[in-house]
Write a protein that binds this ligand. Structure first.
Ligand code: FRU
Length: 457
């Protein structure tokens, strides 16, 4: 048991494991009003170790019920990231149409050899227990290192299941009628405008916009140190049923989030819109954060959409599950006290401005809007000497150019030790961790801002 830290930094509305280590969200699927969240879990320490799939369920994405561990390591290896499909038509034959099975598709990672291959397991009791298939691995390793993180989705072009997985420096697509027998259909990545790094946790989903259907490919990458060690890139384009083609070229890589703490995020299967959750952490310092008996939290659920910006489409997101709280927002003045550690701010403004969350020790978290850019600065926000990387200037301040000009609306959600920011209709999103030694109890700003406050939880 870790004894790090001097106060309880466990967020209230951001998912955390009951105890010990958590990384990527896995197997997210929505069934009969219930959100299932599985996650990379090491149940014996607060640092990464041999991976299991933890499991929790929720009806509102804010309150979660913990369930027993869903998948344990086996003779093919540890259970790395993957996804679940609700097999409504029982295409796999592992359930019935009256009682459709949930199929988990995950990576078996051999701890001795590093060999990675894809396996399946099925559940006929709503995800509580899984049986692994005797056919495993259903996608053997083709001779590639870093061959993992299958994300399954329904392929509307070919009327079959497809999956996208990471294969070192690219993603590969596979198709199947029954999720047991998979055939490779294409790949994407090697020659595109990519930040350098090993690909992880890809996702492909379609978005309806301006009367057409476009596809968004997410790819997480760990080694782009200059851009932030763990970040998720996205591409907008088309999917012909076999492979993805990027039709919205960008000069710079496009990031889902301009903060430093959103990684390995993917969307729910069997949900009618893209609903995303990411791991609100960064591989650079994840194992060192001062959170005592648990390590790792998820972002809030975010509905993703595309918006036209100039000639291109850009991703935007909106926090899900907080609408009721948000509708109770009331105006506040600069300098007002706050008495809760989990709250939202609706900010409207024009021109340069600075907004601070402050505590009695003089620590402060800064949101800054300046010259068409928006920044979150945590350099004075609280505890930071737990890791060198966290202390650097680079990792203290996250900044991005705004994609639109003029007046702005910003939604800020603060939850004990996690901040999420959604600016300009969610075109600029930011997730950042911070560890104030005592709670922030005051909001202060300079500039032409109108701010409304709402308590959450
Ligand atoms: C991403 C990742 C995945 C892998 C898992 C292991 O954070 O490295 O590629 O499946 O974590 O826990």
């Amino acid at each position: 048991m870790s004894t790090k830290g001097n106060r309880d930094f466990r967020p209230l509305i951001h998912f955390t494991p009951p105890s010990m280590w958590m990384n990527d969200p896995n197997g997210m699927v929505y069934i009969n009003g219930v959100y299932h969240l599985f996650y990379q879990h090491y149940p014996y320490d607060t640092v990464w170790g041999p991976m299991y799939w933890g499991h929790a369920v929720s009806r509102d994405l804010l309150n979660w019920e913990h369930l027993p561990i869903a998948l344990h390591p086996d003779e093919l290896g540890d259970i790395f990231s993957g996804s679940c499909a609700y097999d409504r038509e029982n295409t796999s034959g592992y359930g019935t149409t009256e009682n459709p099975p949930i199929i988990a598709i995950y990576t078996n990672h051999d701890n001795n050899t590093g060999l990675e291959q894809q396996s399946i397991a099925y559940s006929t009791d709503g995800g509580k227990h899984f049986e692994k298939s005797y056919l495993n691995p259903v996608i053997p390793n083709p001779g590639v290192s870093d061959f993992r993180d299958p994300k399954v989705f329904w392929n509307p072009v070919k009327n079959c299941w497809s999956l996208v997985l990471a294969a070192y420096d690219r993603v590969q697509f596979y198709a199947s009628k029954d999720m047991k027998c998979w055939e490779k259909t294409g790949e994407f990545g090697c020659s595109e405008n990519l930040a350098s790094g090993v690909f992880e946790c890809p996702d492909l989903f379609c978005v309806h916009v301006d009367g057409k259907m476009l596809w968004v490919l997410l790819v997480s990458m760990t080694t782009t140190v200059e851009d932030g060690k763990s970040r998720t890139q996205y591409f907008v384009g088309e999917f012909d049923g076999e492979t993805f083609v990027c039709t919205n070229p960008a000069e710079e890589p496009l990031w889902v989030d301009f903060g430093f703490d959103n990684y390995a995020g993917v969307t729910f299967q069997n949900y009618d819109e893209p609903l995303f959750i990411g791991w609100a952490q960064n591989w650079g310092y994840a194992a060192f954060v001062p959170t005592n008996e648990f390590c790792g939290q998820m972002t809030l659920g975010r509905k993703l959409a595309l918006k036209r910006v100039g000639d291109n489409y850009r991703l935007c997101g909106k926090p899900e599950g907080i609408q009721e709280y948000r509708s109770n927002a009331y105006p506040i003045e600069s300098g007002n006290r706050i008495t809760t550690e989990t709250f939202g701010l609706r900010i409207r403004g024009n021109g340069d401005a600075r907004l601070y969350l402050k505590n009695a020790l003089g620590q402060s978290l800064l949101l800054e809007i300046e010259d068409g850019s928006i920044a979150v600065d945590r350099s004075m926000a609280g505890k930071r000497d737990f890791h060198d990387q966290f202390m650097t200037q680079r990792y203290s301040r996250a900044e991005t150019k705004r994609l639109v000009t003029g007046g702005y609306e910003i939604e800020l959600i603060f939850d004990i030790s996690v901040l999420e920011v959604f600016a300009d209709g969610g075109l600029e999103m930011c997730t950042m961790l911070m560890y104030p030694d005592v709670p922030y109890d005051k909001v202060e700003w300079q500039g032409d801002l109108q701010v409304a406050f709402y308590k959450i939880g």
